[in-house]
Ligand binder design. Structure first.
Ligand code: SAM
Length: 258
């Protein structure tokens, strides 16, 4: 039974970190005139309304993307900012794109997108905005395993689990090892929370043991509420595109100053 709903957290500090890295990668990958595949194992609903009750209840977007824009954490020409501006021009000033619609901003007609989302309501909402992609209402790792290596061979796989099932922390390195073997040229990006109890650490260590050349970007921030266990955001990227290290360093500086 899935209960996680990203609407409560859309546009928070973790999304800002993850989406800034994602947009930077896609901006670079789509600058070359060669088609690519974009795969997502845990897509969410694609489009969020930051004026809705979920966002108001947690205040996470106010402390995240809203503050980031007010304080210019993202330079004017930042790929995430450009994607956000396009989404707001289309869907209004309180819209916030999830990763599928950030990808949509960069993808070209010759690119192929496959998105998995298991939750029935999230999947139905995604279907309303993601006509550009092949949608899969199935486990995201099953989808990725069936598609890898995808056609076209160039491309990016985003893995963004909700970690509702605590066994995810054990199983993710095994899934990624298999996918990286099958798709050795693919960019594989995993997002994870930095938790106060350090539960994510063995997973990250296992990934880095298997892929010592991977890029690791971790940023820390104050918890959204007193007692909240998430104190930062992390991403491991296998085969990181050019320029990602620089963006990870820039984000590290922004978050360190919070
Ligand atoms: N990637 C999205 C973004 O950045 O906008 C957010 C995704 S949210 C963190 C995780 C999503 O994964 C939820 O919508 C949840 O319903 C979905 N989910 C959970 N388990 C899944 C599974 N095994 N396969 C596919 N989707 C799953």
């Amino acid at each position: 039974m899935l209960s996680y709903q990203h609407a409560y957290h859309a546009g928070n500090l973790a999304d800002l970190h993850k989406h800034a890295l994602l947009a930077s990668m896609l901006d670079y990958l789509t600058a070359k005139p060669k088609p690519l595949s974009y795969l997502e194992t845990h897509a969410g609903r694609g489009l969020y309304d930051l004026s809705g009750p979920e966002s108001a209840r947690t205040g996470e977007a106010a402390a995240g993307i809203t503050r980031a824009l007010a304080q210019d954490w993202l330079p004017e020409n930042h790929p995430l900012r450009q994607a956000l501006e396009q989404i707001r021009a289309l869907h209004g000033p309180h819209a916030y794109p999830g990763s599928p619609l950030i990808a949509r901003h960069f993808l070209r007609p010759e690119d192929e997108a496959h998105l998995a989302e298991l939750h029935p309501a999230e999947h139905a909402a995604l279907a309303r905005v993601a006509g550009f992609a092949h949608l899969h209402r199935q486990d995201g790792f099953q989808m990725a395993n069936a598609l890898c290596p995808p056609t076209p061979r160039r491309g990016l796989l985003l893995i963004d689990p909700s970690y509702e099932v605590k066994a995810d922390y054990d199983s993710v390195p095994r899934h990624i090892a298999r996918l990286a073997r099958k798709w050795n040229v693919g960019v594989i990006a995993l997002w994870y929370p930095l938790l106060l109890d350090g539960r994510q650490r063995p997973m990250v260590q296992a990934l880095l043991r298997g892929h010592p050349e991977a890029l690791l970007s971790e940023v820390r921030f104050p918890p959204a509420r007193p007692g909240h266990g998430m104190v930062g955001s992390g991403m491991v990227v296998i085969n990181p595109p050019y320029g990602l290290e620089e963006e990870a360093g820039r984000l590290g500086g922004v978050f360190a100053a919070l």
